[in-house]
Design a protein around this ligand. Structure first.
Ligand code: UGA
Length: 440
């Protein structure tokens, strides 16, 4: 059965979820107070880069199944299911997650709820937040509000696909009616045989942070091995492949390089530590401090390598290939490539950034860094090239052509994606994280 859905907060998660719900056939009202985002979405323009989502948005707009508005009204109040998708960024000056947007969204929604409606939290929150939201909404609404926690596991770059074909759907609920409504909303996905896990609410809240903490730990584990490999003549890429054949370990999320960034893993592990500390069990997840530190040391390593190649970096031309925190995204939040570029620029290097989609995001975020949309122009006269994001076009770039343009044929492969042999054959000195590469 189809349900009427409202989706509150149309950032990355909310916009993707709203489109996915409409793709499943539901009638969707998207609510976003930011006028710029709202107007963009109304006219079919995504305020961020996400492959395939723009076309899907176009389709669902044309079908009439989705509408966007700035605030709640009678239309959104008739929804059977309301998804809260607002952000929980890291609080300034603290490791904790800022839950004020979630709380504000719940308070604003409560007067517009019908008693049978279900509110589903999708934002990543510290465990215990849902109980607080339920209490606040019930107070405002004057009846027991049906709240569930329904974490989202989508990744940027594959967001729509992850939403429509997730590994699992998790819901933490206090009553059966809420579970039934959620089941209806996801029916087309559940009919594909997708596992549906009905849990208690705190567990559902924890699933999300635990999953992200585990993924971050896996990446930092292999990056810790990279540190050891770098001083022992070993190769962390080969090591990852070798241990990954063990099914208990698995080969995913063991790509060594300049580490994780983005709006999720870094702030989620910090928020998790802060929450555990509040609950008196800080030592249980204290290891995440090391996970964070290992991750940040990879950035130091690239800066150190750049300095040892360039000597005095002042006035030296450095080209950064890729600036987003991962390919197929223009998200610059906590991007390792951005931090490395800024640190080198601060020390006096002339940094030129190339990126297939993120240059306008960069212009807004840090206009002081040089930007060049043409790869060939970006590398011209470079004293050092650093690969910061593994966009496909860098993997297939012609090292002979690029070599004919730079001042010095030295490349630091921050993501271990370049074909070392062909770059070396073209005369490049190749430096890669976690590997000891013999250059002529
Ligand atoms: C992450 C999780 O993977 C999603 O499941 C989750 O829903 C999302 O956060 C969220 O909390 O909303 P995302 O941040 O989009 O998704 O990107 P990931 O694919 O997890 O990559 C994160 C970072 O780790 C990137 O900077 C990537 O380059 C890096 N990474 C990833 C590595 O350095 N090595 C790897 O092996 C994998």
């Amino acid at each position: 059965m189809l349900v009427k859905v409202s989706v509150i907060g149309l950032g990355y998660l909310g916009a993707t979820h709203a489109v996915a719900m409409a793709e499943l056939g539901h009638e969707v009202v998207g609510i976003e107070p930011d006028v710029r985002k709202l107007e963009a979405l109304k006219s079919g323009i995504l305020p961020f880069h996400e492959p395939g989502l723009d076309q899907a948005l176009h389709n669902v707009l044309a079908s009439g199944r989705i509408t966007f508005q700035g605030e709640h009204d009678e239309n959104s109040a008739s929804a059977d299911l309301h998804f809260i998708c607002v952000g929980t960024p890291q609080l300034k000056g603290s490791d904790a997650a800022d839950t004020s947007y979630v709380l504000a969204a719940a308070k604003a929604l409560a007067p517009h709820l019908k008693p049978s409606a279900v509110v589903a939290g999708k934002s990543t929150v510290p465990v215990g937040t849902a109980a607080e939201l339920q209490r606040v909404m019930t107070e405002v609404a004057g009846f027991d509000v049906n709240l569930v926690w329904n974490p989202e596991f989508l990744r940027e770059g594959t967001a729509l696909e992850d939403s429509l074909r997730p590994d699992r759907i998790v819901v933490g609920a206090w009553n059966d009616h809420s579970v039934d409504v959620i089941r209806e909303a996801y029916a087309p996905i559940l009919n594909l045989g997708t596992p549906f896990l009905v849990l208690d609410v705190p567990t559902a809240e924890l699933v999300k942070v635990a999953a992200n903490a585990f993924l971050a730990t896996k990446i930092s584990f292999i990056n810790a091995m990279a540190e050891v490999a770098e001083v022992s003549g070993a190769d962390a890429v080969a090591l990852a492949r070798a241990i990954g054949y063990d099914e208990r370990i698995g080969n995913k999320f063991l790509r060594t390089g300049i580490g994780f960034g983005g709006g999720c893993l870094p702030k989620d592990i910090r928020g998790f530590m802060a929450r555990a500390e509040e609950l008196g069990v800080g030592s249980a997840v204290e290891f995440l401090k090391d996970v964070d530190a290992i991750n940040l040391r990879r950035r130091d390593r690239v800066v150190a390598l750049a300095k040892s190649e360039l000597g005095d970096v002042r006035g030296k031309r450095v080209t950064m290939l890729g600036i987003s925190f991962k390919p197929d995204s223009d998200d610059l939040r906590d991007s390792p490539a951005l931090e490395i570029s800024q640190r080198l620029a601060k020390e006096g290097a002339v940094v030129t950034v190339h990126d297939p989609v993120s240059l306008s995001a960069l212009a807004e975020r840090d206009p002081s860094l040089g930007r060049e949309a043409e790869l060939i122009e970006a590398v011209r006269e470079a004293d050092l090239v650093i690969l910061g994001t593994e966009w496909k076009q860098y993997k297939v770039a012609d090292p002979v052509l690029l070599g004919s343009l730079v001042a010095t044929k030295t490349v630091i492969d921050g993501r271990n994606v370049l074909d070392v042999d062909s770059w070396q054959q073209a005369g490049w000195k190749v430096i890669a994280l976690g590997r000891t590469i013999k250059n002529a």
